[in-house]
Ligand binder design. Structure first.
Ligand SMILES: NC(=O)c1ccc[n+]([C@@H]2O[C@H](COP(=O)([O-])OP(=O)(O)OC[C@H]3O[C@@H](n4cnc5c(N)ncnc54)[C@H](O)[C@@H]3O)[C@@H](O)[C@H]2O)c1
Length: 274
């Protein structure tokens, strides 16, 4: 298996009290592996108390469960099993984080399941499987998070923040990516709806859309022809790393980022500029 490309998972310091997210709570879905994992660890390194959630503790790219590095960065942070398809469980966890921490500051939906094939090749079962995680799952955690955030008093004018993980494939069509692309377009529209509908109430909602990110996983997404296609589409002379995405999430999560909402931040090495 290709080794993960995250570099050090601990960063320069294990002191989690001094960062920009100090005192904040954050929930990340799909945090056992890949990009979600890098986001959870980056937020913890920035001082947040992180609930890293996933349906499994297994790491797609291999290596120790996320709880290991997470607990070494931040003793208050934890892994919790959460299937984003379970609406009640999503709501319950959002409320419980607020109970334990005082409030829920940030939700980052990153969990996803891949979908391949054109419309002609997409069975109703495949369609439901992809939508169940990538659309319903994002709705479930956003809805649970929002309901909790709306009960909280604003802090620095903000009741709570969402950073939704989209994709460049939710913005342009990729051949053979029908259900996945449609699911990613849907979550980008959720982001805009929430940003507009709940701005008055102090909710900040943005998205980060990665280009091709090498997470260390094997399979069709990193088949040689797929990598060659992604390299040809990416102006910068490398593909992305999970840490690149995590850094963009941190920018949008930072309480100092006060006037950005309804924005889709591309982390794609220039893919969508070409
Ligand atoms: N890797 C890329 O090149 C790339 C490009 C664009 C967008 N993205 C987006 O980034 C995010 C992370 O992608 P990745 O490549 O790191 O994927 P990944 O497969 O490495 O991680 C996805 C995680 O989601 C979890 N998951 C699946 N079903 C779940 C469920 N029902 N409940 C909770 N967790 C569940 C998996 O267990 C896994 O840990 C996704 O939203 C994806 O669409 C990735």
């Amino acid at each position: 298996m290709t080794p993960p490309t995250t570099g050090t998972e601990f960063g320069p310091t294990a002191d989690s009290t001094a960062g920009p997210l100090s005192g904040q709570s954050a929930l990340v879905t799909g945090a056992s592996s890949g990009i979600g994992r890098a986001i959870a660890l980056r937020l913890a390194r920035a001082g947040a108390t992180v609930w890293a959630t996933d349906i499994t503790e297994e790491v797609v790219e291999g290596g120790p469960p996320v709880a290991d590095p997470l607990s070494r960065i931040s003793a208050a942070s934890c892994f919790e099993r959460l299937d984003v398809r379970d609406h009640a469980a999503c709501a319950e966890l959002c409320a419980r984080i607020a109970e334990q921490h005082g409030r829920l500051d940030l939700v980052v939906p990153s969990a996803m399941t891949p979908g391949r094939g054109s419309l002609a090749a997409t069975s109703p079962e495949d369609w439901r499987r992809v939508m169940g995680v990538n659309v319903d799952g994002v709705y479930n955690i956003l809805s649970g998070g929002l309901r909790q955030m709306l009960t909280q008093a604003p802090r620095d004018e903000v009741r709570g923040r969402f950073v939704i993980i989209g994709s460049q494939h939710g913005m342009v069509a990729s051949p053979g990516g029908f259900s996945y692309g449609v699911s990613k377009a849907a979550v980008l529209q959720m982001m805009r709806q929430i940003a507009v509908e709940h701005a008055e109430e102090g909710i900040i909602c943005n998205a980060v859309s990665p280009g091709k990110i090498l997470t260390g996983k094997s399979g069709p997404a990193v088949a040689p022809e797929m990598l060659a296609y992604s390299e040809a589409r990416t102006p910068l002379p490398r593909l992305g790393r999970p840490a690149d995405v995590a850094q963009a999430v941190l920018f949008l999560a930072d309480p100092a980022t006060t006037f950005v909402t309804g924005h889709n931040l591309l982390v794609d090495g220039g893919w969508m500029a070409g």
